[in-house]
Design a protein around this ligand. Sequence first.
Ligand code: MG
Length: 394
Amino acid sequence: MKATNLPLSLCTVALSLSSASADGPFYGDPPDAHHPWAVHDMNRPQPPIVVPGTFSTQAEPGKPPSDAIVIFDGTQTSIDQNLVMDPKRKDPNKKWVLVDGALQCTPGAGTVKSKAEFGDCQLHIEWAAPTAIVGKSQGRGNSGVFFVDGATEVQVLDNYNNPSYADGMAGSVYGVMPPMANALRAPGEWQVYDIIFRRPIYQNGKQVEPGRVTVFMNGVVVQDSTPLEGGGGHRGRSKARPFKEKGPLQLQDHGNPIRFRNIWYRPLRLRPAEGGTDGRLSQEAALAKRQETAASIREDAATKEGKDKMFRLFESLCYAPHAETLAAATAMSVAYVGELKAAEKDALEKRKGEVMYARQAFDYLTKHEFVPADFTGKREIEAIIEAQGWNNKR
Ligand code: MG
């Protein structure tokens, strides 16, 4: 293909897509036993709008996205309002403290927890090991990000030129899985973790989802949907088990003055196994959602007239059968096609787009058996299009 032809051919593709009503119903494959939505379904709810945040630099933390729940934003207020010091610490004077806009562990202060309790989430957290190198292996720059009240730890450790056991290195699921890479910056520099945490799901005592964690370390993926295998821990081989649905985030005091900044999370959508209403659902859930959508479209149809009402009623049948609606829509289609047949050729020419759309709708309804085999609309609208000569025009 010549380069000069490209814009024209792209244009043709765009036109043919729009004439096929990609934004309307009667287009993608319809809902099925496990999917409550058609492919490319405009009835499917729109995702909420989120204003993205900004990336951090070494000098400054970035801004969280607009819907993030902020745990620590560099202020004493966020420490006071959002965090709880360990009530069992031996010395109550030891606390995690604010140092130059960062939350710093005071050795002996114990674990700090978020007041917020949450489960599945996207967590953003940044940390920096002390610049002065003290200790080696697990003794250098050790802390940890614990989900659901300590159920599993994504390790924080200064492994920059500091080997340790692989399943305990920075970015490991501690005691379960080493990171895929060591993408750490030098101690003193800010390290960025972006973590997607999914707890295990049990039904009737049986595990249906193992729980998974994905971790990006400074933009490098180091855990890729890693199964949690019970969450891990120190020395002991963990056994698969349910986690609490929600719990606080914990940051570990491992005796090193680690700093944290820019801590926020976003809850994730429910999975089908925990009552989510999107994606591949159980037959019961898909059917319930389809019936709900069909009812809502029928309600909307009741506010419309003429062909708009007819198309909307037919559309509802793509989600759930409804004898009364089928009868009403079919009667309307008979009247509609009759009216088209009675129209003058020139007058019909001005309605070409509408008629071609009706053909698309009737083809779709017939192909997917939402109307019975003796549905006459499809045949009659074909005859009208043939008579107008629209099948021959390019
Ligand atoms: Mg640790």
